[in-house]
Design a protein around this ligand. Sequence first.
Ligand code: AMP
Length: 272
Amino acid sequence: MLAFRVMTSLYSVRMHARSEGEHLCGAERLLSGDGLEQACLDLVRRALQHERGQADQVRVSIDRINPDAIVRVELPTLETWLCDQVEQGRRLALASLVEAGVPNHVAATAMEQLVSGPAPGGGVMRGAMLVDVSSGERLEPDPARGVRVSRMDLDPAVGDDLRRRLKTLGLDNAHVREALVLAAKVLAAPGMVAELCWSDDPGYTAGYVAAPPFGYRRFPHLKQVGDPLGGRVFFVDRSRTGLDALIQFLERTPVLAGGPVRLLGARQIREG
Ligand code: AMP
């Protein structure tokens, strides 16, 4: 009965908050009417209590979704590669991007852009950078906004299982759950080679590289505590997709990410 109701009335909820004219935070959900009010409340609370600053503007948009349009994708396998320091974390992330098929210099340049702030003035973007994996060229139509992945959520059928199993790894937090869902959608996008992410929350230092060959590879330290910069980069093979089709999928196609839930333990990586 619940599954039936979920499929007959789903809503996309998008929250975006700004502070002093800049992106502060955002979030997206895709859920049934039953959870709609509570989700809006949670998202508004998140915006008003954000550690990066005080919101001057909070916008919540709700759109009803045609259930026939929903695409189901699998959650990527999650694995943590342990690192002691930011430098090691970034070296491992760079090596992972290269393993996924991103040329070393393209991956290194994109990483430098995240370090210095990917928006034109050096701040954070609301969405992600889109980078041509062959040339390193930035492709997002609006480099201040980037491409915002939207209209996705966890399939409610796997929610409890995912949370229980993340908890055993000490990873049951909103950062990890939401990033796993986002990465699931990104990896299902046409022409996607890899994603690189670290948060712009000053207190959250972990980040990840996601790619079809290995899934979601998490690194505990990709930036220093207190650093307010972060972002996302999507590396795209343009010979496999048109830009419009890719952006349409990322921003508009409704996606539910579901099982099987595949979580691996943390690994100590020996370099060299
Ligand atoms: P967060 O992990 O929420 O701290 O986000 C880190 C960075 O990723 C943000 O500064 C944005 O640039 C980017 N980002 C966050 N959410 C999305 C999204 N839904 N789609 C694309 N990029 C995002």
